[in-house]
Design a protein around this ligand. Structure first.
Ligand SMILES: Nc1ncnc2c1ncn2[C@@H]1O[C@H](COP(=O)(O)OP(=O)(O)OP(=O)(O)O)[C@@H](O)[C@H]1O
Ligand SMILES: [Mg+2]
Length: 496
């Protein structure tokens, strides 16, 4: 269906694709894996016509093709769902799908026709998407299915999915894979980029590995293993699990009593209490949408509490704003790095001082010291292996995983007394996950208190010293992550 031959693509001095070749057979699911920055998104954007290759050729259905823009790609029957969704929040599903149709014909504006078409597709594949729903009211999983529908509505035969599961809960991933299998049975060809090796093993027929912009391996999924893939991806053996000494908790740093918080649709958090001590990691496990996001955002000073109290090292910060909390030693690694974590149109230097630009040594004599900024950003780049290591690059030019490393590095640089961290390894490659986990444990052992939320049950159970389970805005149990099975935790999460 698709053959890529020796494609090269550079952005200035950065060679994103050095020599990529790959063959995707019709009617199969083909996984593409590789480290952050290996060139996965870039090669797929070349296929989708976002970028023109500097060298090499592309064959589709056996014929050499020139894809000048996404319009050409769509006309050939290629659809793509991007790493970051491209939906307009305030419009309906049907409006978003038509908006993307880009055909310019009057038919493209026929909302009724679109509604009928969407309903039919949605039923065929059991997507459960209402054409009249507003995007902002949909869960992340449903938005993902809208992106799929958008491509299918335009008759895509080949679907390219760039890290589609990064934002899904484990339950949603299972449903999503069931949809992909139904699509494959209908004869569609699917390319999926993912960092999760168990997903590669579960869903794909073949795997291609990219490293430093080159294709370094192609294997049949049935003939490989997670350890083999990890070795091909990173070029060395990788620890696929966390090793940590027992915690040695000291004084209480954060003390939350009876806190309630309102969310978009009514009460999100209902009277929760928790203490987090210096030198321990307290994990919160829960299905997304059960109040954990609001809880963390409120502790960071981004959402007010409606009742209850929050103390930090004995000081009442219940109503303190985000800046004061930062001053007092609270750092926050947010789950939504595009909305809360980065200024995409600013360079890495500016991003490295976000929120602390007014502090010594960054601010000096009423000005921002460029020497201090470059020292700071240099340290983050070095300590967190942000690639490429160019402080003048704009944040949006970094690959997804490297954006995450930049944010984590920035918050660690503050030597926080309390670190609030949501989904620390979302979109991050296996080598970097190992690295971030190690850094979190080092931070714990240096005496920080850490409150961790992750949708990855394996991640919270591996990192947390104590684990709270949240359901419908309440902590419904505390378990010892070392001795409790994931099944038991799963039951608490669902209330089963
Ligand atoms: N528009 C751009 N301008 C400059 N450099 C870019 C641009 N897009 C990508 N790059 C660089 O090209 C390289 C490959 O990036 P790409 O996004 O393809 O990586 P990736 O394999 O998708 O990584 P991730 O797993 O983190 O998403 C990176 O070094 C990245 O910084
Ligand atoms: Mg990418």
């Amino acid at each position: 269906m698709l053959e890529i031959r020796n494609v090269k693509k550079a952005f200035g001095d950065t060679v994103a694709n050095d020599d990529v070749s790959l063959r995707v057979k019709a009617g199969t699911i083909h996984a593409i894996v590789g480290e952050n920055g290996a060139g996965k998104s870039t090669i797929m954007k070349v296929v989708y016509g976002f970028y023109r290759p500097d060298e090499g050729e592309i064959l589709f259905d056996g014929n050499p093709v020139t894809i000048r823009n996404p319009h050409d790609a769509i006309a050939l029957g290629i659809g793509m769902v991007h790493q970051h969704f491209m939906l307009v929040d305030t419009m309906t599903v049907a409006e978003n799908i038509i908006l993307g149709a880009e055909t310019g014909s009057a038919a493209a504006l026929d909302l009724d026709k679109a509604r009928t078409g969407i309903k039919k597709l949605s039923e065929e594949l059991k997507l459960n998407v209402d054409p009249d729903a507003l995007i902002e009211d949909l869960s992340v999983g449903a938005q993902q299915r809208v992106e799929l529908l958008k491509a299918l509505y335009r008759d895509a035969k080949l679907l390219i999915l760039d890290e589609p599961t990064a934002v899904l809960t484990p339950q949603e991933v299972n449903e999503f894979f069931a949809i992909l299998r139904r699509m494959k049975n209908q004869g569609k060809t699917i390319i999926i980029i993912t960092h999760k090796l168990e997903e590669v093993l579960a869903i794909s027929d073949e795997v291609t590995v990219l490293r430093d912009g080159r294709s370094v391996g192609n294997v049949r999924t049935s003939e490989t293993s997670a350890a083999d893939l990890a070795r091909m991806i990173v070029g060395r053996d990788v620890l696929l699990r966390v090793e940590k000494p027992d915690a040695d908790p000291k004084d209480v740093v954060l003390s939350v009593k009876n806190v309630s918080i309102s969310g978009k649709h009514g009460p999100a958090v209902k009277g929760v209490s928790v203490d987090v001590r210096a030198g321990e990691i307290v994990g919160i496990a829960g299905i997304e949408g059960n109040g954990q996001t609001e809880f963390i955002e409120s502790l960071a000073g981004l959402l007010p509490v409606t009742s209850g109290s929050v103390m930090l090292n004995g000081r009442d910060i219940t109503n303190a704003n985000a800046r004061l909390r930062k001053e007092l030693g609270v750092a926050h690694i947010p789950e939504d790095r595009h909305r809360r974590g980065l200024l995409l149109e600013s360079d890495l230097g500016e991003n490295s001082i976000l929120g602390v630009h007014y502090r010594e040594p960054i601010a000096s004599g009423g000005f921002i010291s460029s020497a201090a900024v470059s020292r700071r950003v240099g340290e983050i780049i070095r300590n967190f292996d942000v690639r490429p290591p160019n402080p003048d690059q704009l944040a949006h030019a970094l690959s997804g995983g490297n954006q995450q490393k930049l944010i984590i590095g920035r918050e660690f640089e503050l030597n926080p007394k309390l670190l609030l961290v949501s989904q620390p390894t979302r979109g991050v490659d296996i080598g970097a996950i190992e690295f971030i986990h190690r850094k979190l444990i080092e931070l714990r052992d240096s005496g920080s208190a850490i409150l961790l939320v992750s949708a990855e049950l394996e991640e919270v159970t591996a990192l947390a010293d104590r684990l709270l389970v949240i359901r419908e805005g309440k902590f419904v149990g505390e378990v010892d992550p070392k001795t409790t099975s994931t099944e038991a935790i799963g039951l608490l999460m669902t209330g089963g």
